[in-house]
Write a new protein. Structure first.
Length: 146
């Protein structure tokens, strides 16, 4: 079974982050520039939260606040759910479904080493299904020797 380590090997370990005292507008600029839906909030090398488009929409836009005047720390999710390098695709999918989240920071030895998104998980599931279909088609057509 494929695990988080394998996913990060394919997609890379690059992560985008912001500090908690930055303004929400700055976070939005970074997210737009990097074409991502969330940023890890890291202070002094420690993961302290996640800032997502959903947080912004619900805690700034819908409440009539200004993104230039509200800090990331005021609206970020502080209860961050993380996974490990050996976590399975199924574990990630379960966490994302149960917690209603789309981004899972990956930690190793208490340090952030990557991030897995719902898109990464869906791509992996599709690839696994295509592989299974290929094997079944080969078996049906006699491609496995015999």
């Amino acid at each position: 079974m494929i695990n988080v380590k394998e996913i990060l090997k394919r997609k890379g370990k690059e992560v985008w982050s912001i500090v908690s005292d930055a303004m929400a507008y700055k976070a939005l600029e970074i997210m737009a520039e990097k074409d991502v839906g969330a940023l890890m909030v890291i202070d002094d090398g420690k993961l302290v939260g996640m800032f997502s488009e959903r947080d912004y929409a619900r805690k700034v836009v819908l409440k009539g606040k200004e993104s230039h005047q509200i800090s990331v720390s005021e609206i970020m999710c502080k209860d961050v759910v993380c996974v490990k390098l050996d976590s399975s695709v199924e574990e990630c999918m379960t966490l994302m479904t149960e917690k209603h989240i789309r981004h899972l920071p990956v930690k190793h030895d208490d340090k952030v080493v990557g991030i897995v998104t719902i898109g990464d998980i869906v791509k992996q599931i599709i690839a696994a299904q295509q592989d299974t279909i290929g094997h079944l088609e080969s078996y049906i057509t006699g491609g496995f020797g015999g």
